[in-house]
Design a protein. Structure first.
Length: 165
C-alpha cells in the first residue's frame, strides 16, 4: 500500500488503470504509470466540439477514453477531408510533445467524448522527475509516429499508383 503522501486520487487511479489498458504502455511498470497518471488530466468534449483546429498551437497529446473523434485535413481547394476516425484507446497530437509545431489537422468530436491529456508542461515536469520514464515515453511516441508514417506512405503510394484506365 502506498504511503499517504503517495496515495493516488480517484482520478489518478482511474487514469493509471486506463493507461494499463493501452498497448502503447505495455512495457511500463506500475510506478511509471502512476507517475504518468499524476501528470495527465481529463477533458470532456460535447458532440461537434473541436479538440483543436489546424494551425492551432500544439501543446498537448491525448487519448480517447470514450467517444469518437474525426481528424480533418484541409485540401488544396480548402475543403476539410476526413483522414481518420478515432475511438477508445486511440491517441492524437503526439507530434505536439516532440516539436511543439502548429497542429497539422483539425479534430472534432462526433459524439460526447472524454479525453485523457498530457500537456507539454506536464511532460516536461515528468521528465524532470524521471528522465528514464520520459525517454520511454519519447521512444513509444517515436514508434507510434513511425508506424503512422509508414501507413500514410502506403496509402499515398496506392493513391499515386492508381490508374483508372
Amino acid at each position: 500500500m502506498l504511503p499517504e503522501k503517495n496515495k493516488l486520487s480517484d482520478s489518478e487511479e482511474e487514469t493509471r488503470d486506463f493507461l494499463i489498458s493501452l498497448s502503447l504502455f505495455d512495457s511500463f511498470n506500475v510506478d511509471e504509470l502512476t507517475l504518468l497518471a499524476r501528470h495527465m488530466s481529463y477533458i470532456q468534449l460535447q458532440r461537434s466540439e473541436f479538440l483543436f483546429v489546424e494551425g492551432d498551437k500544439g501543446d498537448f497529446m491525448g487519448f480517447v477514453v470514450h467517444g469518437v473523434l474525426e481528424v480533418l485535413k484541409k485540401s488544396a481547394t480548402g475543403e476539410n477531408v476526413l483522414i481518420a476516425r478515432l475511438s477508445k484507446g486511440s491517441s492524437i497530437g503526439e507530434m505536439a510533445l516532440i516539436d511543439k509545431s502548429p497542429r497539422s489537422a483539425t479534430v472534432i468530436s462526433r459524439q460526447p467524448t472524454t479525453m485523457l491529456t498530457l500537456t507539454s508542461k506536464g511532460f516536461d515536469r515528468l521528465l524532470e522527475k524521471s528522465p528514464t520514464t520520459g525517454v520511454k515515453i519519447i521512444r513509444k511516441i517515436a514508434r507510434l509516429l513511425s508506424l503512422n508514417m509508414r501507413r500514410t506512405s502506403s496509402k499515398l503510394a496506392d493513391f499515386i499508383n492508381y490508374d483508372p484506365l
